[in-house]
Design a protein around this ligand. Sequence first.
Ligand code: ADP
Ligand code: MG
Length: 233
Amino acid sequence: MSYIEFKNVCKEYKMGEITIKALNDTNFQIEKGELVVIVGPSGAGKTTALNILGGMDTATSGKVLVDGREVTKLKNKALIGYRREDIGFVFQFYNLVQNLTAKENVELATQICKDSLNPEEVLKKVGLENRMNNFPSQLSGGEQQRVAIARAIAKNPKLLLCDEPTGALDYKTGKQILKLLQDTARRENMTVLIITHNGAISPMADKVIHFKNGTAEKIEINENPKPVEDIEW
Ligand SMILES: Nc1ncnc2c1ncn2[C@@H]1O[C@H](COP(=O)(O)OP(=O)(O)O)[C@@H](O)[C@H]1O
Ligand SMILES: [Mg+2]
């Protein structure tokens, strides 16, 4: 059995008379420690898949397994526990608490987890040793995303899920963020999933999952993933 298994996952959103099939029989597998890029056009179901994997949304049918556990069967407390302990999430627009400093934003996340890491050490790892006491409004977009990544990593999660993490950043800053995510996956042997609509970055991944019309229509394995700094797009 793989570390992550998506088996025949469907997701329907009912909007009055209309039913939208966001996921239509999605299947894929991910191994522990893999760096995965999910690519595909807008509306293909990428965010829906990531949210179901992270326990932020529920599947209409099908199974999702993570580390032998059936996430699609979790309810209430077990689901809250799964999101808290096992999942680190990074969003396009950082989602930091504006009236807390960088360090306090990370501490807020670690306080709710059992097995968390030291906030200051993690902020050093993402290159923010000199910005710990700054508020988000005093940081650049790239620095705010580093805080968000530190906040996710500091929970010491099983999975780091990133939904368009460079979507709001310029080319050079986005590249630095992708390098940080690749380095983190390697150094911590963490399982990392990155959603993007920029297929050009896919050589950085161990595995590339192509989404189209609500399904994983093609899965590629890169035997020799490229360091982010060697990729141009
Ligand atoms: N909460 C929701 N309610 C209704 N429709 C939704 C909801 N979330 C997503 N959808 C629809 O499901 C489809 C897939 O969306 P999404 O997973 O966000 O795609 P992607 O991330 O690949 O752009 C789209 O047609 C979108 O409009
Ligand atoms: Mg999306």
